[in-house]
Write a protein that binds this ligand. Structure first.
Ligand SMILES: Nc1ncnc2c1ncn2[C@@H]1O[C@H](COP(=O)(O)OP(=O)(O)OP(=O)(O)O)[C@@H](O)[C@H]1O
Ligand SMILES: [Mg+2]
Length: 248
């Protein structure tokens, strides 16, 4: 099994260039964190990895297990083992969470039975601290911000992807939820799983210790470091990493 490799990625949206040459390699077994100012392109990167057609790849490539995924549909990417937890999970009225999860589960594990699904979903619900009744609710409709994030992690636990991108899954979580979510992500850690945690805060990284931390500034990785980097950023902010500061 090989890595998720992002090579010289240039992405535009609505005619505006957002990513301007991003290089990133996440090997199985590794936890990477991506930080950076609002609007620097972090969610754009996750949308490009997911295959959102609004985000146009102008140049570069995204490789999974050595193969380009650019021509794959979002569904094919998910089947290949990619998982994206969105910063703003979609609300879909009329789509029951339980049926939605079963559809995703069958796509990922075509031979799995409903009994297996039921067992695994109950286990995952316990891990993220959501009651079984949630399966009867419409997808994300009327859920609190924190509950939506827990539902994203529920999907992660159920689908057991080989690579996951978690876009601000920690935002808006109370202390107990943050711990539950971090514990769930940590339970996924193995040499067959790689994860990119997009976050603004060091707190989740104290629970999910990253092997590498990257800072995205104006569409480029301006700096990479170890788990100590977020603390330094909390003290210094981002301004010193901006291109004009570096040029000066
Ligand atoms: N669909 C879109 N249409 C137009 N502009 C977009 C679109 N998506 C993103 N952008 C622009 O691209 C830039 C990067 O946005 P992005 O959401 O990737 O930032 P981010 O780093 O995730 O920020 P945040 O930390 O606030 O979540 C912003 O200037 C944003 O307005
Ligand atoms: Mg974002």
């Amino acid at each position: 099994m090989s890595a998720l490799v992002i090579k010289d990625l240039h992405v535009s949206c609505s005619g505006k260039q957002i990513l301007k040459g991003v290089d990133l390699t996440i090997n199985p077994g590794e936890v990477h964190a991506l930080m950076g100012p609002n609007g620097s392109g972090k969610s754009t990167l996750s949308c490009a990895i997911a295959g959102n057609p609004n985000y146009v790849i102008e140049k570069g490539d995204i490789l999974l297990d050595g193969k380009s995924i650019l021509k794959m549909t979002p569904d094919e990417r998910a089947k290949a083992g990619l998982f994206l937890a969105f910063q703003h999970p979609l609300e879909i009225p009329g789509v029951n969470l339980g049926s939605f999860l079963f559809t995703l589960f069958k796509q990922r594990f075509p031979k799995a039975t409903h009994v297996t699904f039921q067992r695994e979903v109950n286990e995952a619900l316990k891990q993220v601290g959501l009651p079984q009744g949630f399966l009867e609710r419409s997808l994300n409709v009327g859920l609190s911000g924190g509950e939506k994030k827990r539902v994203e992690i529920l999907q992660l636990l159920l689908l057991k992807p080989s690579f996951a991108v978690l876009d601000e899954t920690d935002s808006g979580l109370d202390i107990d939820s943050l711990q539950a979510v971090s514990k769930a992500v940590n339970s996924m850690k193995s040499d067959r799983f790689g994860v990119l945690v997009i976050t603004h805060y060091n707190r989740i990284l104290e629970y999910i210790r990253p092997d590498h931390v990257h800072v995205l500034i104006e569409g480029k990785v301006a700096m990479s470091g170890d788990a100590g980097l977020p603390k330094a950023l909390e003290c210094k902010g981002y301004s010193w990493l901006k291109p004009e500061a570096v040029d000066a």
